[in-house]
Design a protein around this ligand. Structure first.
Ligand code: AR6
Length: 177
């Protein structure tokens, strides 16, 4: 049986306001919080998320969550059942780390599918503090989701903060169709 890939939607907004089964966090490998999306998710979701992250550090990820991998916690007070934390690569001009960025989307979808999530909201991973150019980050995001069968996930929603990011995803969605 061939599996279908999720439908993709694009919205401009705040990822912490999304109603979805799973919300993806652009975390760092410590899993203990930071700025950007990560800071916003922990602030709005409340302390249960950090408690789960600390438990994951104590059990499975003593050395931290490796770049390109994903792991789920509660979503605390967010309008979601789960937060899926993934660690994007820092952008490099000397090394091609695209495969690690693609892995973030693939692994997050794999975890979402395992949890039985149907709707998954993603930020533009690595395109903030980690310095990935938006156009390329959007292209990798769209291409990877289009290549990844993730039933029962039926909707992947890219949630971007500003007009520039929205335009980058619009272009990627049009070009890759
Ligand atoms: N909703 C949607 N998009 C957002 C939001 C929001 N509330 N806030 C920022 N963005 P970033 P990274 C956009 O820096 O590059 C943290 O400190 C932002 O404009 O959150 O993967 C972690 O702890 C950008 O386009 O994630 C790590 O140390 C995109 O989301 C590090 O930053 C991602 O920006 C991860 O860096």
């Amino acid at each position: 049986m061939t599996q279908s890939t999720p439908a993709i939607t694009l919205v401009r907004g705040d990822i912490t306001e999304q109603h979805a089964d799973a919300v993806v966090n652009a975390a760092n490998s410590s899993l203990l919080g930071g700025g950007g999306v990560d800071g916003a998710i922990h602030r709005k979701g409340g302390p249960e998320i950090l408690a789960d992250c600390r438990a994951l550090r104590a059990s499975r990820y003593g050395k931290g969550l490796p770049t390109g991998q994903a792991v789920a916690t509660t979503a605390g007070r967010l309008h979601a059942a789960h937060v899926i934390h993934t660690v994007g690569p820092v952008h490099s001009t000397t090394e091609d780390r695209s495969e690690l960025l693609a892995s973030c989307y693939r692994e997050s979808l794999r975890v979402a599918a395992e949890l039985g999530a149907r709707t998954v909201a993603f930020p533009a991973i690595s395109t903030g503090v980690y310095g990935w150019p938006l156009d390329d980050g959007a292209r990798i995001a769209v291409r990877t989701v289009r290549e990844t069968a993730a039933e029962p996930v039926t909707e992947v929603r890219f949630v971007v903060f500003d007009e520039t990011a929205y335009a980058a995803f619009e272009t990627a969605l049009a070009a890759d169709a």
